[in-house]
Ligand binder design. Structure first.
Ligand code: HEM
Length: 442
């Protein structure tokens, strides 16, 4: 079977083959493609609805020339000269990382990476006089020898190396590239709000302490305590979990790789919150026992993490969870606010410049009412918010059941652009025939 895991195993081999062949047949070419796409150029909006969600954390000017509009050497107009380079980075990221601005596999990985870097921060360790981590500092790239050896970071190997190359090309810090690519990746997915982007994180980092990234097999007590120790409330956590609306798993149950967490993995919508509230009945891997971190799923082909199952049912998180299952626009705005908070974890905001102007336009998106998948009814929902549980049918928020049979949700391998992402990641910028092969997948 063609799967991302095997392609990822294949990728280094292919990359090695490419580099050896390349050394023999062709000169190296730059690591970015010099053509432009119509959607580059941040600022404006298109699409049916959007949220800017900038929480107004009051960035400093990062040493730049902020206030009046000026023109960058690349022709972009900007409010702050220190933002100029980010227009170049945007073009590189969209063309070469996200295959022309797609909500693809690298977009999902980039979003996950914002969390795995940013959550590496602990007030408790600092209070004990120990190193508490630098938060959203890019240490997961700078110190990948340490951090990528942790099992919790499995699956982030390729994105770490791709982002390292881009940051090095443009001379920006790893902390900045991670949060920038994360904010851009969200914009490539329908329904993705605009997330504030502050630039200027230091290039000087230390590896994060181990065991700070929550695991899918952790209890809610453990997860909430970990989040609080990094400065996040239970509400913040629920807001951040909207990210799983565009997620897939590969490593929790390796027998069903590439299985998504909701029925609409290309959209940052409310379906994830609603579907995780449904009663689980299926072990989608077909085994007799669940893997650590796995919960029974309500829908063939949909994967449910145990942590998501528990958060949807715990009294400390279930009310907001249920709210986001019904209030999509508010959910997207809250997600943007929580992401902006994650992006400055451990950072001195007065040293950062607000370059949100570079974050691209929204994808066209027509909001629909969150819906129950075919064959599922209101009675399949496990209402868990203590305040409203007793209301029974009064909880119905207008969720309608989609018509038709309940079909298996396709894996990521059938999502648009999947093969292209892997081929481009291993061949692009290698020159000669390899760039030609890469271009075939555009
Ligand atoms: C309690 C907290 C969390 C836990 C336990 C958790 C756990 C996981 C696990 C186990 C996976 C599957 C990885 C794989 O098998 O390849 C995953 C995927 C993902 N996570 Fe989380 N996560 C949490 C919070 C977050 C947050 C806060 C974000 C972003 C801000 C995030 C973004 C993602 C994304 C985008 C994916 C999909 C990656 C892909 O499609 O390749 N997660 N998460």
């Amino acid at each position: 079977m063609l799967c991302k895991s095997s392609l990822r195993t294949l990728a280094p081999t292919l990359a090695f083959f490419v580099s050896v062949t390349n050394a023999l047949v062709a000169p190296r070419s730059p690591t970015f493609f010099p053509f432009s796409f119509p959607f580059f150029g941040g600022g404006g909006e298109r699409g049916h609805h959007h949220h800017d969600g900038n929480p107004g954390f009051g960035a400093g000017n990062g040493g730049g020339n902020q206030g009046s509009s000026s023109v960058c050497s690349n022709g972009q107009s900007t409010q702050n000269q220190v933002c100029c380079v980010w227009y170049d980075v945007l073009q590189d990221v969209q063309a070469n990382l996200f295959s022309g601005g797609q909500c693809d596999d690298f977009a999902h990985d980039s979003l996950r990476l914002t969390f795995h870097d940013g959550i590496g921060f602990s007030f408790a360790l600092t209070a004990q006089g120990l190193w508490g981590g630098g938060g959203a500092d890019g240490s997961i790239i700078e110190h990948s020898d340490v951090e990528m050896s942790w099992g919790v970071n499995e699956g982030l190997e390729l994105i770490v190396e791709e982002q390292r190359k881009i940051a090095d090309t443009w001379g920006v810090s790893y902390g900045d590239i991670i949060q920038f690519a994360g904010a851009v990746s969200v914009r490539n997915c329908a329904g993705g709000p605009k997330i504030q982007f502050l630039a200027g994180r230091s290039k000087d980092t230390q590896a994060a302490p181990p065991n700070l990234v929550p695991e899918a097999f952790d209890s809610v007590d453990t997860i909430l305590a970990r989040m609080a120790d990094a400065g996040f409330s239970a509400n913040d956590l629920v807001d951040l979990m909207a990210s799983h609306s565009i997620g897939f798993q590969e490593h929790v149950d390796t027998t069903v790789p590439g299985t998504p967490f909701d029925t609409t993995p290309q959209e940052l919508d409310s379906q994830f919150f609603l579907e995780t509230m449904l009663r689980g009945t299926i072990n989608i891997g077909g085994q007799n026992t669940l893997n650590p971190g796995e919960a029974l799923s309500p829908i063939p082909g949909e994967f449910r993490l145990q942590s998501d199952f528990l958060l949807a049912r715990d009294g400390r998180t279930s009310c907001r969870w249920q709210e986001w299952a019904a209030e999509e626009a508010n959910m997207q705005a809250a997600f943007a606010t929580a992401m902006a908070k994650l992006a400055i974890t451990g950072q001195d905001v007065s040293q950062l410049a607000d370059c949100s102007e570079v974050i691209p336009n929204a994808q066209p998106y027509t909001p629909r009412l969150p819906h129950l998948p075919p064959q599922k009814s209101f009675f399949d929902i496990e209402f868990s918010c203590p305040a409203t549980k007793k209301l029974g049918n009064g909880n119905n928020r207008g969720w309608q059941t989609l018509p038709g049979p309940l079909q298996r949700i396709p894996t990521i391998y059938s999502q648009p652009g999947f093969l292209r992402t892997v081929v481009q990641a291993t061949t692009k910028g290698s020159g000669g025939i390899w760039d030609w092969i890469s271009s075939l997948f555009n």
